[in-house]
Design a protein around this ligand. Structure first.
Ligand code: SF4
Length: 338
C-alpha cells in the first residue's frame, strides 16, 4: 500500500507479493478508513496481466470495457457464422436435433482446437514475460534451497485444496464457490477431450446413441449403456457443479455490493460469461431432448460463442489470475517470500 501511495507502479507490477493476496476482501471490509487495499491489489494484478500479455494487442480483449467485450464476442460470432454458412443448411434443419447438422463437428473441432493451441502458446509466452519481470534477483533464486518442481508441486497442492483461501474470515463462502467451479471445469474438460478423442481420433460416429454402430463398438447393449451413462453423468455433474459454483460466487458478489470496487467489473464480465456457458449448455441439452429446434439451435450458437470467449481470452481474462498466481506463489516459495 505504501508503494502504491508513493506511485511506484513499475516496481509494483514486477512484485510477486501482490499475487500472494487472494482477494478475500477481509482487509477492505475491516479498514476503518475505507482504503480498500484489496481493490488496489486487484487493480495492480489486472494491470500485470495487461502488461505481460502476448501479443500485446490482444491484452485488452479479456477486460471489462464494453467496446473490448463487444469485439471479443464479435470475433467468435463471425467465425461461427462462417462455420454455419459453410455447413450446407441455411435455416433450422428438419428432423431430430443434431447440432452438427448446423455446425459440422470437424469444423467446430478444428476451430476450437486451433483456438486452444494458440491461446496456450500465447499464455505460455505471457507467463514467461511475467516470470522474467518478477525474477528481479536470478542469482538469489539459483542459490535457493527450494527448486522449481518441489515449489510448483507445493503450490499446486495448496491450490487444489484451497488451503489458504479457506482461512479467510469474512468471505469463507467464496471457498465453496471456487471449489465447485474448479471441479466443474475439470469434469467438463475431461468430457470435452473424451468426446474429441472418441469422435475425431477413434472415429466413433455415434457413441452417445444406442444404435447399431454403438453395439458394434461396445459389443453389447449393456456395455454401451454403461458408457453412455458414464459420459452423460460426468458432463451433467460438471455442468451442475460449475453452475452452482458460479451461482454462489455471484450471490457473494451481490452481498458485497456495499463496498464493491472499480475492479469488480473485470470479475463480473467473466462471471457473466461462465454463467452463460453453463445455462446455454444445460438449455442446449434440455431443448434438444424436448425437441424444440427453433430454440435449441440458437441457444447452442450462443453456447459456442461463450465457450470460445472462455478459451480464446484465457490468457487475458480474470481466469488468467489462476496461472499468474500459481507462477508468483511458486516464485515466492523459491525466493523464500511466501
Ligand atoms: S486480507 Fe485478503 S484481500 Fe486483503 S490483502 Fe490479505 S488476502 Fe488480500
Amino acid at each position: 500500500m505504501h508503494m502504491a501511495q508513493w506511485g511506484l507502479k513499475d516496481e509494483l507490477l514486477k512484485d510477486a507479493n501482490i499475487w500472494l493476496c487472494h482477494n478475500c476482501n477481509d482487509c477492505s471490509k475491516n479498514c476503518p478508513r475505507g482504503a480498500a487495499p484489496a481493490d488496489v491489489l486487484a487493480t495492480l494484478r489486472k494491470a500485470v496481466i495487461r502488461e505481460n500479455a502476448f501479443p500485446p494487442i490482444l491484452g485488452g480483449l479479456g477486460d471489462s470495457k464494453p467496446l473490448n467485450i463487444l469485439i471479443a464476442l464479435l470475433i467468435p460470432v463471425i467465425l461461427l457464422t462462417v462455420v454455419f454458412l459453410t455447413g450446407g443448411h441455411f435455416g433450422i434443419p428438419e428432423g431430430d436435433i443434431v447440432y452438427s447438422k448446423l455446425f459440422p463437428l470437424i469444423k467446430i473441432d478444428i476451430l476450437f482446437t486451433t483456438t486452444f493451441v494458440l491461446a496456450a502458446i500465447f499464455f505460455a509466452i505471457s507467463i514467461m514475460n511475467f516470470w522474467k519481470n518478477i525474477n528481479t534477483e536470478p542469482e538469489k533464486l539459483r542459490a535457493s534451497d527450494k527448486k522449481l518442481i518441489p515449489a510448483l508441486i507445493e503450490t499446486l497442492i495448496e491450490f487444489a485444496t484451497h488451503k489458504k483461501f479457506s482461512k479467510c474470515g469474512e468471505s469463507k463462502n467464496r471457498y465453496l464457490g471456487h471449489m465447485l467451479v474448479v471441479i466443474g471445469f475439470v469434469l467438463l474438460a475431461i468430457v470435452t477431450n473424451w468426446s474429441l478423442i472418441t469422435q475425431d481420433i477413434l472415429d466413433w460416429k455415434s457413441p452417445f446413441v444406442l444404435d447399431d454402430h454403438a453395439m458394434e463398438i461396445f459389443g453389447s447393449f449393456a456395455t454401451a449403456k454403461i458408457y453412455f451413462t458414464l459420459f452423460k453423468l460426468t458432463a451433467n455433474v460438471g455442468a451442475i457443479s460449475l453452475l452452482l459454483g458460479i451461482g454462489l460466487l455471484i450471490l457473494n458478489r451481490l452481498k458485497e455490493r456495499s463496498y464493491t470496487s472499480l475492479t469488480s467489473s473485470f470479475d463480473w464480465t467473466l462471471l457473466g460469461i461462465i454463467f452463460t456457458v453453463c445455462v446455454t449448455g444445460i438449455l442446449s441439452e434440455f431443448t434438444r431432448v424436448a425437441n424444440i429446434p427453433n430454440i435449441a439451435y440458437p441457444i447452442y450458437f450462443v453456447h459456442l460463442v461463450t465457450v470460445f470467449y472462455v478459451i480464446a481470452y484465457l490468457p487475458y481474462s480474470k481466469l488468467a489470475h489462476m496461472v499468474y498466481r500459481l507462477t508468483a506463489i511458486t516464485y515466492a516459495k523459491m525466493a523464500n517470500l511466501d
